[in-house]
Design a binder for this molecule. Structure first.
Ligand code: FAD
Length: 503
């Protein structure tokens, strides 16, 4: 049987996962990547400190959203060593000086929250219902069925759908919890990638969405050497099965009638199927669908996440913490707000650019300790501070005082801050320039009303979720499509199912 020709634009995790499945399914795949290396936002950088070189994650840092079946099917599970800490996460409330342990066991967590923050609601009920929704989401990933409210109602019932899928995050949190601090912890992922209002319709859905990975069963962890191994290894695997990867390749023109892509280098490729695994605005440059271009330009793209990578000459030690690497590698969270109202105000202030930095929370990934657990010896310990809320105004080097403020917030909790020898700061503006993310959103596009769940699509073709506009042979599966961004490849896989279902 003659193979069909697929061209995939963009060699980020989604383009690489899609290519892997297509190549194994009677397609001859060529990838066109404009950067000089693959990986997109899942790639590495390196730095020399006191003549010692160390690599670090330029964009994404921790693994968690990837479905287990993608990890296995692509061959990644045989190539990568991964690890998720067993030790409980720790939450610090900056203003009160309090510390709460987030145990995996819901009964133990219920007790901890009861004692530490006066929680009188039900963690157990919350987790039970969340698990039902998460299972529904995961089942949809595997079958590749596009998200639909009708099928959600059939499986979950109208009450759960109203609360967890189409409802607001504030209503969801108020339904299960009484303590603002519990609500803050359970609801923090709503604004993880973008300044989504907790009062907007559908914002509740982001909470189970962020727990729907299965490589660590809903938890997050580390990849030996660094998360960029995911895309590097996928690139190697893809080459070994015959995928052609063209880096440093700029598209000059696309002739959609004759199904040809012309590169600036003079090369051209024919296609049966063309897929954009880029940000959603990129494909609009090549097609004349004015209506779609306008629709896309009107969507919301803003991101408000910052990232500091800090390097330490000695092992980081946390105050009141044991010294073993499982405990040291567990995730830590520092909240600078105490209640949902302030959480919302700070997030919206950053969105509206009222200040460069509106302290909300910092997620601390203890990458160095994770690497030690994985047997990777590095010359420096590393901590990553994933920080909310940074407005889309300035590059990191333009606001050194904010870079310092973020570090100082975390340094209060460690015993040896003087060992920090270097740090690097990325703002949404940097992410726009480094990774071509429109307005710096790590999901490419906000997970907001009209852009979430069944509405996270650009298709104008009925029952074909991943098409781009009304173009029958053109698809879109970057982080701006369902489910969202992340080092997961889920959109790439679901797009593969869409393409092969209709061909
Ligand atoms: C600072 C930061 C921290 C993050 N932290 C995490 C984390 O810890 N865990 C996690 O899971 N996720 C994290 N993310 C999100 C995650 O990295 C992204 O959502 C994910 O990598 C997006 O993958 P993608 O394949 O959809 O797109 P991308 O990685 O953006 O890839 C798109 C590719 O398309 C290429 N391209 C664009 N235009 C063209 C063109 N015209 N021609 C050819 N090629 C083109 C780009 O060069 C790029 O290689 C983070 C992101 C950032 C920036």
């Amino acid at each position: 049987m003659n193979k069909k020709k697929a061209i995939v634009i963009g060699a980020g995790v989604n383009g690489l996962v899609l290519s892997n499945y297509l190549q194994k399914s009677n397609y001859d795949v060529k990838i066109i990547e404009k950067s000089k290396s693959i990986g997109g936002a899942c790639s590495s950088d390196s730095i020399s400190i006191n003549n010692k070189d160390i690599s670090f994650a330029k964009g994404a840092t921790v693994l968690g959203m990837m479905p287990d079946f993608i990890f296995k099917d692509t061959g990644l599970s045989k190539k990568l060593k991964i690890y998720s800490p067993e030790f409980q996460k720790v939450v610090y409330f900056e203003n009160e000086g309090s510390e709460v342990n987030i145990y995996k066991d819901p009964y133990k967590l219920q007790k901890e929250l009861y004692n530490k923050v006066g929680e009188r609601g039900s963690v157990i009920e919350f987790r039970d219902d969340e698990n039902k929704v998460v299972q529904f989401i995961k089942d949809g990933y595997k079958t590749g069925e596009p998200p639909s409210i009708d099928s959600a109602i059939k499986v979950l019932g109208k009450d759960l759908v109203d609360m967890w899928i189409t409802g607001t995050a504030r209503d969801l949190l108020n339904h299960y919890f009484t303590s603002d601090k519990t609500k803050l912890y359970m609801g923090m992922t709503v604004i993880e990638s973008s300044p989504e209002s907790i009062d907007s319709k559908g914002s509740a859905f982001i909470i189970p969405l962020m727990d729907s990975g299965s490589v660590f069963d809903g938890y997050w962890g580390y990849v030996k050497n660094g998360i960029w191994q995911v895309t590097e290894e996928l690139g190697n695997i893809n080459k070994s099965i015959g995928v052609e990867i063209n880096i440093s390749s700029e598209i000059d023109e696309i002739d959609s009638e004759n199904k040809k892509v012309f590169l600036e280098s003079g090369k051209s490729f024919d296609y049966d199927v063309l897929v954009f695994a880029t940000d959603p605005l990129t494909p609009t440059k090549y097609f004349k669908n004015k209506k779609l271009k306008k629709t896309l330009e009107e969507k919301k793209y803003t991101g408000t996440s910052g990232k500091v990578t800090a390097f330490f000459k000695n092992k980081v030690k946390w105050i009141n913490h044991s010294d073993d690497d499982d405990s040291l590698s567990s995730f830590k969270f520092i909240f600078s707000v105490d209640n949902l109202n302030d959480f919302e105000i700070k997030s919206q202030n950053a969105y509206n650019k009222l200040n460069y930095y509106e302290p909300g929370y910092i997620q601390v990934y203890c990458e160095g300790a994770g690497q030690r657990k994985l047997g990777n010896k590095e010359p420096f310990d590393k901590l990553i501070f994933f920080t909310k809320n940074i407005s889309y105004d300035k590059k990191g080097y333009e606001i050194p005082e904010i870079h310092e403020k973020i570090k100082d917030t975390v340094f209060k909790y460690i015993l040896n801050p003087e060992d920090c020898v270097k740090s690097v700061f990325l703002t949404p503006k940097d992410m726009n320039q480094e990774f071509h993310f429109p307005e710096g959103n790590i999901d490419h596009m906000m997970l907001t009303d009209g852009q979430n769940f069944n509405q996270r699509t650009f298709s104008e073709i009925n029952n074909s979720f991943y098409n781009f506009g009304d173009l029958l042979d053109v698809f879109y599966c970057g982080a701006g499509s369902y489910p969202c961004g992340s080092v997961a490849g889920t959109a790439g896989y679901m797009c593969f199912k869409n393409i092969t279902r209709h061909k």
